[in-house]
Every structure is written in structure tokens, then in C-alpha cells.
Design a protein around this ligand. Structure first.
Ligand SMILES: Cc1ncc(COP(=O)(O)O)c(C=O)c1O
Length: 430
């Protein structure tokens, strides 16, 4: 039986898919708050020009520049789609399980897909430095790597609760030449207001975004790169799902269920959006499930306008949100701990196209299920990706009960080689 399909490099998708024109209703645009300066007018000072254009584009397909395609290949694209035959046997399920391997990545995750694109555009625009936030550390490492390749400097504000336990990932960012600050940090004015009150503040993605934005705004040679949430980020990530569609054709199969973990929405969006396009345009029937944590079930939040960052520097986005100043407890899959989710996915959630499951904050069920996957398939998922694996196993076990032979596709957004203390802590490995 065929257990792996990959594409050859000449078959790598050469266009990104922009779902915006295909959405069931127009995507609500960003909005200014009632008070204070216009955040929308400030956007060109915050974002890379080409990314800002892409953010509002109504073009369905966008050619990937040759320079970015070359970088994708250097970063190991295309990436295989595996059939999890060993796991199917172990679960004794009639379901067929397929997983996309974004863990084949130089820094460990799917985040390199948009990091390479953003740094390539930033360099073309003449910037010398990129700044950013990171939660799990995967985005910070991806941007540090992409910046190094593009010849840019990189500054990362890293949520402190994760910075404190992922020392090896810190060293990797430093090997790429990045400056890294635990956030909230004393180096930005906004960070200092929180740091001075509590130097051990756990931090959050919303706070780290505010710090990165403030830093780049104060330096005309710097720009900000965001690792998730925004339309152009999800569009860059559609390379994942577009490859997967071609790979399913070679497998001569098609998914009934599409699953991925969701923090801000970039890996879920990248994997699912091409299939959501099939549902919207070709009448396909697919169940989409976003795997989340009960500490940050943002897709179960209110669908309303909210800020993307804690300090309210960004415009307000219409999204499913828990509130931009909500406290959320740290977890090992900390990349999922964000208050809001992408406007595109929020609209589709609001319209009933996407289901969500939120796992308990002790993460035991998530890591125990993932241990089964590790034993059966041999790959080590990142803690965030473990949510995707866990959800796929839960769905496969439902098929065992019902006897349904569903085809379940899930995305493994990253590897966990730099996250082993997380597995150790939750599973009590000795
Ligand atoms: C490996 C991995 N997967 C998933 C996520 C969640 O982010 P997003 O929802 O943007 O994919 C992160 C965030 O840091 C991550 O590091």
C-alpha cells in the first residue's frame, strides 16, 4: 500500500489561493476605534507594502514570485503527505488517516512559508530589519532564519512563559543572528509599563505584538512581520493545502474531514482554505475542525470587532475573539494561546463552515493521544500540532464506533524536537 506521496519540484504550486472573493459574504474590513488616532492610516508604517496590498486584494490567485519559489524549495518544499497506516491499525479504525508534514522545515514548522515571503518583500522594499512577536518560538525562529537568508536583522519579542523553558530554541534564534527579548520586556515603552509592575509577567502574544510594533514604528529602517491572523499570511500558507490537494489526487482519494490546530489561524487556514474553496465553489462536503485549547478557544468567542494587540496599536478586526486583554493561562502548546482568530476563518466559523473542539488545559488527553501517534508513526509533533493529531485520533475513534470509513486529513504544523520538556512535564516522563 502507498504510504507516502510527494510532488517533484516542477509540480510545486506556483500560485497562492486568495479565498476572499469566494467567501459567502464580503469580508468586513478593518476599522478604526471611536477614539484616538487612525490605526488604518498608520498601516503603511506598520506593514510591508506588498503584504498590505495583498491584505486587501480581490484577486483569486496570485503568482508566487520566482525568488520566493526558490526559497520554498531551499526550505524543503514540497513536503510529503503520509497515510498513517500504522496508526489506523493501532486504533483499529475503518477510517483512513492522512497527515501533511510541515515538520520537514529548517526551523521546525509551517511558519517558514510566510517568513520567507515577508522577508523577501521587506528586502525588496529596502528595509534593513524586521521585528516580531512569538509565542511557541516557532514563528520567531522562522523569521530569524528567513531574515538571515534575506540579509536582514531581526528582533523578536518572545512571550516570557515560553522563553523561560525553551532555551534550545533561543539558541537557534541566536544562531540565525536574531536579538531576542522576553516579553513584556524593559526595552519598549509599552513593555516597560508591564515589566516594571511584574518582571516575571507571563506575557501573551497580544503584548508581544504591541512591543514589536512599537519597536518597528520607532525605526524607519525596520518593519513589522506578523506570523498569523492576517489575510496575506494565510494566503502565503495556502501552499500547504494546494500541495495536499495535488497529493490527494495522486493517492486517488479526497478528505471527508479536514483538521488542524488553531491559534491565530495560519496553519489551519493554509491547510484548509483550498479545501474550503472546494466547498464554496464546487459543492464538496467536508467537515472542518479547528483543534484548540480551553485556555484560548477563540473560535468559540464573540464575533465582533477587536484589537489584534494588547496596547491597541493595530486597527480593529472583525474576528472571533475572547477580548484583547483577556488573561489566558500558559500551556505547553502555547502557540495556541491567542485571543483572536483570523478574520477569514472567523467569518467562515460564523457562517457555520468550521467546527471547533477545545481540549482541557492540563493537555493530558492531547499528549497521551499524540504519544500513540509517535509510537505508531515515528514522527514527533510540536505541542501545538499535537492538538491536531489528538483531534484526528478522536475522530478516527468515532468512526470505529460508527463503522464509517471516513477519510481524515490532518496537518502536523511542526516538529517537537525543541519542545521535549513540554512532553516531559505533561506526561511525567522519567
Ligand atoms: C507549530 C505551531 N503550530 C501552530 C501554531 C499556531 O499558530 P497558527 O494558528 O497561526 O498556525 C503555532 C504558533 O506558534 C506553532 O508554533
Amino acid at each position: 500500500m502507498n504510504t507516502m506521496v510527494n510532488l517533484i519540484s516542477k509540480d510545486i504550486p506556483t500560485r497562492w489561493y486568495n479565498i476572499i472573493p469566494d467567501l459567502p459574504e464580503p469580508l468586513p474590513p478593518p476599522m478604526d476605534p471611536k477614539e484616538g488616532p487612525s490605526r488604518i492610516q498608520n498601516l503603511p508604517n506598520l506593514m510591508i507594502g506588498e503584504c498590505l496590498k495583498q491584505e486587501f486584494s480581490q484577486e483569486n490567485w496570485m503568482d508566487i514570485p520566482g525568488g520566493i519559489l526558490d526559497l520554498f524549495m531551499k526550505a524543503g518544499r514540497p513536503r510529503p503527505l503520509f497515510r498513517a497506516t500504522n496508526l489506523e491499525k493501532r486504533l483499529n479504525t475503518p477510517a483512513k488517516l492522512y497527515y501533511k508534514s510541515e515538520f520537514f522545515s529548517p526551523t521546525g514548522s509551517h511558519k517558514v512559508n510566510t517568513a520567507l515571503a515577508q522577508c523577501w518583500y521587506a528586502k525588496q522594499q529596502g528595509f534593513e530589519r524586521v521585528t516580531t512577536e512569538t509565542g511557541a518560538g516557532q514563528w520567531g525562529t522562522a523569521l530569524a532564519y528567513a531574515a538571515a537568508i534575506a540579509g536582514l536583522k531581526c528582533t523578536v519579542y518572545w512571550v516570557r512563559s515560553v522563553y523561560n523553558w525553551k532555551k534550545d530554541r533561543l539558541y537557534l534564534m541566536k544562531l540565525f543572528g536574531a536579538d531576542v527579548h522576553a516579553s513584556p520586556s524593559p526595552v519598549t515603552e509599552f513593555g516597560k509599563t508591564l515589566y516594571d509592575k511584574n518582571p516575571n509577567h507571563n506575557g501573551s502574544l497580544g503584548i508581544a505584538i504591541s512591543e514589536g510594533l512599537e519597536d518597528s514604528q520607532n525605526d524607519p529602517k525596520a518593519t513589522y512581520a506578523l506570523g498569523s491572523v492576517l489575510n496575506h499570511v494565510l494566503m502565503h500558507q495556502t501552499i500547504i493545502g494546494l500541495e495536499t490537494q495535488k497529493q490527494f489526487e495522486i493517492f486517488d482519494d479526497y478528505p471527508d474531514v479536514v483538521i488542524s490546530c488553531l491559534g491565530g489561524g495560519s496553519n489551519f487556514g493554509g491547510f484548509a482554505i483550498p479545501f474550503l474553496g472546494d466547498v464554496l465553489k464546487k459543492g464538496k462536503k467536508i467537515k472542518f475542525i479547528a483543534a484548540q485549547s480551553q485556555v484560548a478557544p477563540n473560535l468559540q468567542g464573540k464575533y465582533e470587532y477587536d484589537f489584534a494587540d494588547y496596547a491597541e496599536i493595530t486597527p480593529m478586526l472583525k474576528m472571533c475573539t475572547l477580548g484583547h486583554r483577556t488573561d489566558m493561562e500558559p500551556i505547553k502548546g502555547d502557540g495556541l494561546r491567542y485571543h483572536g482568530s483570523s478574520p477569514i476563518l472567523s467569518l467562515l466559523r460564523h457562517k457555520g463552515y468550521i467546527d471547533t473542539v477545545a481540549y482541557p488545559k492540563d493537555e493530558k488527553h492531547v499528549f497521551e493521544n499524540t504519544k500513540m501517534f509517535i509510537e505508531a508513526e515515528g514522527w514527533l509533533p510540536a505541542p501545538e500540532s499535537a492538538y491536531s493529531v489528538c483531534c484526528a485520533i478522536d475522530e478516527a475513534l468515532k468512526c470505529k464506533d460508527s463503522g464509517e470509513k471516513k477519510v481524515i486529513a490532518f496537518n502536523i504544523s511542526g516538529h517537537g524536537f525543541l519542545d521535549l520538556p513540554g512532553y516531559q512535564a505533561v506526561l511525567g516522563l522519567k
